[in-house]
Every structure is written in C-alpha cells, then in structure tokens.
Design a protein around this ligand. Structure first.
Ligand code: FAD
Length: 241
C-alpha cells in the first residue's frame, strides 16, 4: 500500500532469471519482462545467494535449505499447553530448538525440527533437486559444517522419521505428552546461510555495492523484525540517491 501510494508498482508472479550490470544501471531479466534500475535490492530468501551472486560475484556464503517440520497436538490434549514453551537455546545452532506454540485459533503445534532439505523448496522429504544438492555439497563451507554437525544431523533425520523419538524430545518440555497425542503438521524451509569457514551464520547479513543491496541472511526472528530490517534496507537504498 505504501509503495503504491508513493507511485510505485508491485509486480507479482515474476521470477528473476538474470541481472546484467552496466555503467550506472542494471537490467533485471524476469521470465516476463526486463526492468532497468539504478539499484537492485535482493531479498530472495532461499535464493538470495544465487541472486546476490549476479551483482556481487564472489560471495563467501551459501544458502542451505533446512526444513522445519511440525506436529500438531490432538484437540483432547491441547490443554497441556496454554502458551509458548521453549527449551534453553543451544548457542551452537542458529535456531531455537523444538518448542510448543499455542496458535491464535487455539491449535497447539510442536516443532520445528531442522533437517537438511534436498531442495530449496523442499517442504516434503520426497522433494529432491540434484542441482540444489550438488550446489550445497560442492561448497567447502557446507562440507566443513557437515563434518562438525553430522551427529546432530543424523539425530534430526531419525527424529523426523520416528515419531517415538520426536515425542521423546518433546517430553523434556511436557513430560505428559504421548506419541498418540501428535499428528503430522505443516513444514517450512529455513534459508540458512553457511560461511566458507563452515560457520552457521546467526545474524543478518547484507552485502552491498554501488548498484545493489543484498539481504543474504535473514533468519528468525526476521519476520518479527521485518519492519526494522525494512528501515535498514531503505536507509541503504536512499543513501544512493
Ligand atoms: C519453520 C520456520 C519457523 C519460523 N519461525 C519464525 C518465527 O517464529 N519468528 C520469526 O521472526 N521468523 C520465523 N521464521 C523465519 C522467517 O520466516 C524468515 O526469517 C523470513 O521469512 C525471511 O524473510 P525474507 O523476506 O528474507 O525471505 P522470504 O520470506 O523467504 O521471502 C523471499 C521471497 O523471495 C521470492 N523469490 C525467491 N527467488 C526469487 C526469484 N528468483 N525471483 C523473484 N522472487 C524470488 C520468494 O518467492 C519469496 O517470496 C521461521 C522460518 C521457518 C522456516
């Protein structure tokens, strides 16, 4: 609404395929049109590394997709959780750990776990992209991270495929919860930036030059913080005009 009030236009359902930078302007090629612009702002989430590399070729990170799967608690047992219940975060990981959330409509969900998704939009275990797997495995930073976190990764796959193991994890927070209380819920895919040194990046990352501002890592709580991140991006953009 704000964009349109200021005379801007929002173009939906267009995929950015390429960006060519020239002296003083860039051409953004989508599947439908070509746009000319003085400044490219990239907030492409799971694809922000690939789009970012079109304006800043040597990026020292890669986005690795991590699926977060949820279970829902059956209605008769929802009274076990009245509000958010979180574990103590593990500082080694850029996520909160499986927790309980009572949603606005009263439904209670447990999750999300964190399993490496074999596709950027890998919302199901069966979603596989050989291209995305190859891109992840060929990045030295992900190879280092895999070696470091292999035990955690196998544990997460095990808990993902074995409801009893998933339940056991939840019982640390609500000892009364039982396997029969849980039914499979939705899943989301996190865009996790991994540095070339194998570090899982926990903070927001911007990469910019004269003609582009790239938001390369916007992990949780980026949704909660979106207005503030938007202000930062707008400030960076205005500084170029
Ligand atoms: C399971 C889960 C739970 C979470 N819980 C929380 C929470 O409780 N609180 C919180 O604050 N955050 C949470 N997050 C994180 C939050 O969702 C992200 O931090 C936030 O969505 C990042 O915003 P973004 O705009 O950078 O990316 P996105 O929201 O992913 O948006 C990127 C957009 O770019 C578009 N795009 C990508 N490639 C192209 C292309 N080539 N051309 C055109 N468009 C393109 C995509 O279609 C998408 O619309 C959670 C995430 C997950 C997965």
């Amino acid at each position: 609404i704000v964009t349109e009030r200021q005379g801007g236009e929002i173009q939906l359902n267009q995929k950015v395929l390429n960006i060519y930078t020239h002296q003083g302007y860039s051409e953004v090629i989508t599947n439908k049109e070509v746009f000319s612009t003085k400044l490219v702002i990239n907030t492409a989430g799971l694809h922000s590394d690939e789009i970012g590399a079109l304006t800043i070729p040597k990026l020292d990170l890669r986005i690795i997709p991590f699926r977060g799967e949820y279970m829902s608690i059956i209605k008769e047992r929802q009274h076990l959780c009245n509000h958010l219940i979180y574990p103590t975060p593990d500082p080694d990981f850029p996520w909160l750990g499986v927790h309980f959330t009572r949603m606005m409509k009263g439904v209670v969900v447990a999750g999300p776990n964190a399993v490496w998704a074999f596709k950027k939009e890998g919302y199901k275990m069966s979603d596989v992209s050989l291209r995305d797997i190859g891109k992840a495995l060929s990045f030295p930073g992900f190879q280092k991270a895999m070696r470091k976190f292999i035990g955690f990764g196998i544990g997460e796959y095990y808990r993902s495929m074995n409801k009893a193991a998933f339940t056991k994890g939840l019982q640390k927070l609500i000892p009364e919860i039982r396997k029969e209380d849980l039914v499979p819920g939705d899943a989301g895919v996190r865009a996790l930036a991994v540095g070339r040194n194998g570090e899982l990046l926990v903070d927001f990352v911007f990469a910019e030059n004269e003609w582009a501002v790239n938001v390369l890592n916007a992990p949780s709580p980026a949704a909660t913080a979106c207005l503030s991140i938007g202000d930062s991006v707008a400030e960076k953009a205005l500084a170029r005009f």
